[in-house]
Design a protein around this ligand. Structure first.
Ligand code: SF4
Length: 448
């Protein structure tokens, strides 16, 4: 009704809705953009902009083809809807590396990628902190990093002079500037930050500092404000992060609705610190370890937390071929949950036995979930076999089903002429199963 009251209420239907009330309901449900009504007055538009602003502000950092979105979150718990914008991950480049080592380090960070469940996972940022060298030397080093790297940058300054010098050297709006001075921020610096138009991170040690920083963002018209939590231990930061998110979403306190930056100070404890922040409301995390093996868990954890629980990651339901298949190759069957597919596929490849893998559309659910919700049943499997013309691919009559759904053997054999073998419960046992099958012509897992 609040949205409706701000519309012209002429029911002209130009927005495609039968009435202004219907349009307001669509806007409230997130199915229409209020800006698609051409007759909203400027005053109403301003009120609607404020009303529709996300509880956690959105900060966008673009550099070349790369875009990072921070904040813009709407829920406290992932299962309430979804978390929208994955935590941006960055590595802190050590201070004052020589040119060769700097280039090597930046290359390692920017080229680091792994493919998991069909997605390419990578890091997002390059960060660095001011060392105790002269301001002019540090500013030059920061500008070198800016030149060498194509990633968005996050630069932490500990002296106002360095920030001023760097600002004269590099004029790029796609750098996050983080003044972490020992002294208070003065008007000069705040005006400079505002004029630059960059995202700005302000250091906060307690929850009340967050509201003070929010006041500064507002007063100096810094549109892309970030709250930097760099001191305290992991539990203290978690406390602030949770209070910020709760305050913004549950209590509607706009002064707490900012993306948060976590910058680890301690390489020994950073794995726990960063993992905690990825799970609970960290928008950007910077870590010190330059050992790429330690980056992997952050990437996989982030992928799990920021997967939309309403839309499981799925692969196409069809028949996949592994190796040089022929008419006597085994046919395995599983569901289209992405993680299930990739786990099974990896083990078939490891067995080095050419095989077909038939993927049944179970709406992206795993084997047991699909079976218990009747999305992986005998009829569905038979329909998939027919759709993919499996009988034209092979001359035998055998199918292998996952060990966890052995009751399907009876169901399938009752309504079809297929000979069903019950495979292992865990994908990791597939290579042994397939090799044994090839050797003996029949599997040790078959229950007759
Ligand atoms: Fe109402 Fe605007 Fe839609 Fe016309 S275009 S029906 S005024 S919401």
């Amino acid at each position: 009704m609040q949205i409706f009251k701000l519309l012209p209420r002429t029911n002209c239907k130009e927005c495609g809705s039968p009435s202004c009330l219907a349009f307001a309901m669509k806007v409230a449900a997130g199915k229409a953009d209020y800006r698609s009504c051409p007759y909203i007055t400027e005053e109403s538009l301003k009120s609607l902009n404020e009303m529709m602003e996300p509880p956690v502000k959105k900060v966008v950092i673009n550099r070349g083809e790369r875009e990072i979105i921070l904040g813009d979150e709407k829920v406290l718990f992932r299962h309430d809807e979804t978390f929208y914008n994955p935590t941006a991950l960055g590595v802190e480049i050590p201070p004052m590396l020589d040119e060769e080592h700097l280039e090597k380090m930046v290359k390692l960070i920017e080229s680091f990628t792994i493919n998991r469940a069909g997605q390419n996972l990578h890091l997002d940022l390059v960060a660095t902190s001011e060392s105790c060298e002269e301001s002019s030397t540090v500013a030059k080093y920061f500008s070198n990093i800016h030149e060498v790297s194509t990633f968005p940058l996050l630069l932490r300054f500990t002296k106002p002079e360095t920030l001023k010098m760097f600002s004269e050297m590099v004029n790029d709006q796609n750098i996050v500037l983080f003044p972490d001075f020992k002294s208070d921020l003065n008007e000069d610096i705040l005006n400079l930050l505002s004029e630059r138009g960059c995202p700005v991170a302000l250091p906060c040690r307690k929850l009340k500092d967050v509201e003070i920083s929010a006041g500064l963002f507002e007063k100096y018209k810094i549109k892309m404000g970030i709250i930097a939590l760099t001191s305290g231990n992991s539990a203290e930061r978690l406390d602030i992060l949770t209070s910020m998110r709760k305050g913004a979403i549950t209590d509607g306190n706009r002064n707490l609705g900012y993306p948060a930056l976590i910058w680890s100070n301690n390489e020994e404890t950073e794995t726990g610190e960063i993992a905690t922040a990825i799970m609970k409301y960290g928008s950007v995390c910077i870590f010190r370890s330059t050992d790429s093996c330690k980056w992997l868990p952050y990437l996989t954890l982030r992928q799990n937390i920021f997967t939309d629980p309403r839309r499981p990651i799925q692969v196409e339901a069809k028949v996949y071929e592994f190796g040089n298949v022929n008419s006597s190759s085994p046919v395995l069957i599983t569901t289209n949950f992405s993680l299930t597919y990739f786990t099974v596929a990896q083990e078939i490849e490891a067995s080095r036995i050419p095989a077909y893998l038939l993927i049944v559309d179970t709406e992206g659910t795993s084997v047991l979930t699909a079976w218990s919700s009747d999305r992986f049943n005998a009829k569905k499997i038979l329909d998939s076999l027919e759709r993919e013309n499996i009988k034209n691919l092979i001359t035998h009559n055998r199918l292998i089903i996952p060990g966890y759904v052995s009751p399907l053997k009876g169901d399938l054999e009752e309504i079809s002429s297929w000979d069903i073998l019950v495979g292992p419960r865990e994908a990791v046992d597939l290579p042994k199963f397939l090799r044994n099958m090839e050797k003996t012509g029949k599997s040790m897992y078959v229950s007759s």
